[in-house]
Write a protein that binds this ligand. Structure first.
Ligand code: GDP
Length: 417
C-alpha cells in the first residue's frame, strides 16, 4: 500500500489501498436514489417583449403545454400598465425522475412608451424570492425549505440584426449579479445564417463592453475531454439563436418534426443545423441544470445574503467587528501600549545593570590601588623604622653615620601621601 502524508490543515491524510470490499463506492448510488425520490425543483424566468416567443419556447423546451396558446389581444383591449409577474408550476417526469418546474413570466416587459425602469419589478421579484429563502433558513424548524429562487433567466433579444438596445443593456446590468443570465436571440428563423453570426458577435461585444456577466458553463480541471468539448461547444453558441414551436410539421422527406413550415421549407427546432435550440436545452436542462442551481445558491444568493445581513447590522467577521465596536479597539490599543512599556522597562534594566557593572569594576580597581599604596607605605615605614633602629644602635655604640645613609634618609621622607 502506498502512504502519502498530505497537508490538510490539521491532521495529515494518509492514502491507503483497501484490502477488500467496504461498500462506499456505492455512495453515488445512494445519493442518486435519494435525489430521485425527493425530486428536483427548478425555476426559470423568461424576460423579453411580448410576442418574442417566450411561451412557445418554454413549451418547446419542456415538451409540454405549460402555456396555453394565447388569444391575440384585440386592438381596442386595455393593456396592463406595469409588467405583471406571473408564475406557472408543473410537475413533469422523465424516466422516473420528477421535476417541479416553475416558469416565471414577465409579460409587459419593454412594452410601454417609457421603459426606463422596466427591470425594477423583476429585480424586486428576484430579491423577494431570496428574502423568502433567507426567512425560511432563519426559522427554528427548517425541515421543509421551499426553494423558489430563480435559477436561470432567459433573456429574449429581439432579432433586429443590429445590436443590443438600451433596454437590453440596462436589464442585464441590473440583473447579472442576482440571477444566471442566459441571453437568447428570439425567432432566429427570421434571420439568415450570416445575419445570425454577425448579430451574435455584436451582442457579445456589447455584453463584454458593459461588463455584463452572463452564465458560463463551468469547466473543472479533472474533467474528461468529452465534457470539456461539450462545454466548449455550448459556450460557442451563446447567445443561443432559437426557434420555438410546439407543433409537429411534415418535412418534404416525410418526417414529422417540431418546427415551423414556410413556403420555402421547414425550420426544424431539434436540428442543430437549423438553430441552437438543442444546445440551449443542453445548457439549461440536460447538462447544467444542477450547476445553475448551485451557482444560484453558492454565489448569487450567498452574495446577496451577506450584503443583506451586513446592511441589517449583523456582523461576523472580526476585522469588521473592530471597526464598529470601540470597546474592542480600546482593549487592543491597551495591550499594545502595555507591551511597549514592558519593552522599555527591560531596556532600562539592561542599561542600569551595565552601568552598575562598570562602576563595580572601577571601584575594585581603586581598591586594589589603595591596597598597593598601603602596602608601599607600610614597607617604607618599616624600612624607616629599621634605619632609625640602626641609627640608634650606632649612636649608642658611638659609630658615625655614612654619607650614603644620609641621602637615603632625605629620599624616604619624599614618599607620596
Ligand atoms: P410571448 O408573448 O413572448 O410569450 O410570445 P408567444 O410564445 O406567445 O409567441 C408569439 C407569436 O410568435 C406566436 O404567434 C408564435 O407562434 C410566434 N413564434 C413563437 N416562436 C417563434 C419562433 O421561433 N419563430 C417565429 N417566426 N415565430 C415564433
Amino acid at each position: 500500500s502506498l502512504s502519502q502524508p498530505q497537508d490538510s490543515g490539521s491532521a495529515p491524510i494518509i492514502r491507503k489501498k483497501l484490502n477488500g470490499y467496504v461498500g462506499f463506492a456505492n455512495l453515488p448510488n445512494q445519493v442518486h436514489r435519494k435525489s430521485v425520490r425527493k425530486g428536483f425543483q427548478f425555476t426559470a424566468m423568461v424576460v423579453g417583449e411580448s410576442g418574442l416567443g417566450k411561451s412557445t419556447l418554454i413549451n418547446t423546451l419542456f415538451n409540454t403545454r405549460l402555456y396555453p396558446p394565447k388569444e391575440p389581444l384585440p386592438p381596442s383591449a386595455e393593456r396592463p400598465q406595469t409588467a405583471a409577474i406571473e408564475s406557472i408550476s408543473a410537475d413533469i417526469e422523465e424516466n422516473g425522475v420528477r421535476l417541479r418546474l416553475t416558469v416565471v413570466d414577465t409579460p409587459g416587459f419593454g412594452d410601454f412608451v417609457n421603459n426606463d425602469e422596466s427591470w425594477k419589478p423583476i429585480v424586486e421579484n428576484i430579491e423577494s424570492r431570496f428574502d423568502s429563502y433567507l426567512e425560511q433558513e432563519n426559522r427554528v424548524n427548517r425541515q421543509k425549505i421551499v426553494d423558489n429562487r430563480v435559477h436561470a433567466c432567459l433573456y429574449f433579444i429581439q432579432p433586429t440584426g443590429h445590436s443590443l438596445k438600451p433596454i437590453d443593456v440596462e436589464f442585464m446590468r441590473q440583473l447579472h449579479t442576482k440571477v444566471n443570465l442566459i441571453p437568447v436571440i428570439a425567432k432566429a428563423d427570421t434571420l439568415t445564417d450570416e445575419e445570425v453570426a454577425e448579430f451574435k458577435a455584436r451582442v457579445l461585444a456589447d455584453i463584454a463592453h458593459h461588463n455584463i456577466h452572463i452564465f458560463q458553463a463551468p469547466t473543472y480541471e479533472n474533467e474528461d475531454d468529452e465534457a470539456l468539448a461539450e462545454a466548449e461547444e455550448i459556450a460557442g453558441k451563446i447567445p443561443f439563436a432559437v426557434v420555438g414551436s410546439d407543433r409537429l410539421v411534415s418535412t418534404p422527406d416525410g418526417r414529422q418534426v417540431r418546427g415551423r413550415a414556410y413556403p420555402w421549407g421547414v425550420v426544424e427546432v431539434d436540428n442543430e443545423d437549423h438553430c441552437d435550440f438543442v444546445k440551449l436545452r443542453q445548457m439549461l436542462v440536460r447538462t447544467y441544470m444542477e450547476e445553475l442551481r448551485e451557482h444560484t445558491n453558492d454565489t448569487l444568493y450567498e452574495n446577496w445574503r451577506t450584503e443583506k445581513l451586513l446592511s441589517m447590522g449583523v456582523i461576523q467577521d472580526s476585522s469588521v467587528f473592530k471597526e464598529i465596536n470601540p470597546a474592542i479597539r480600546i482593549q487592543e490599543e491597551r495591550v499594545m501600549h502595555e507591551a511597549k512599556l514592558a519593552k522599555m522597562e527591560a531596556e532600562m534594566k539592561m542599561v542600569f545593570q551595565q552601568k552598575v557593572q562598570e562602576k563595580e569594576a572601577k571601584l575594585k580597581q581603586s581598591e586594589e590601588e589603595l591596597y598597593a599604596r598601603h602596602r608601599e607605605m607600610k614597607e617604607a615605614l618599616e624600612k624607616q623604622r629599621l634605619d632609625l633602629d640602626d641609627k640608634k644602635r650606632r649612636i649608642e655604640s658611638g659609630r658615625p653615620l655614612t654619607p650614603e645613609k644620609q641621602t637615603q634618609k632625605k629620599g624616604r621622607f619624599n614618599i607620596r601621601g
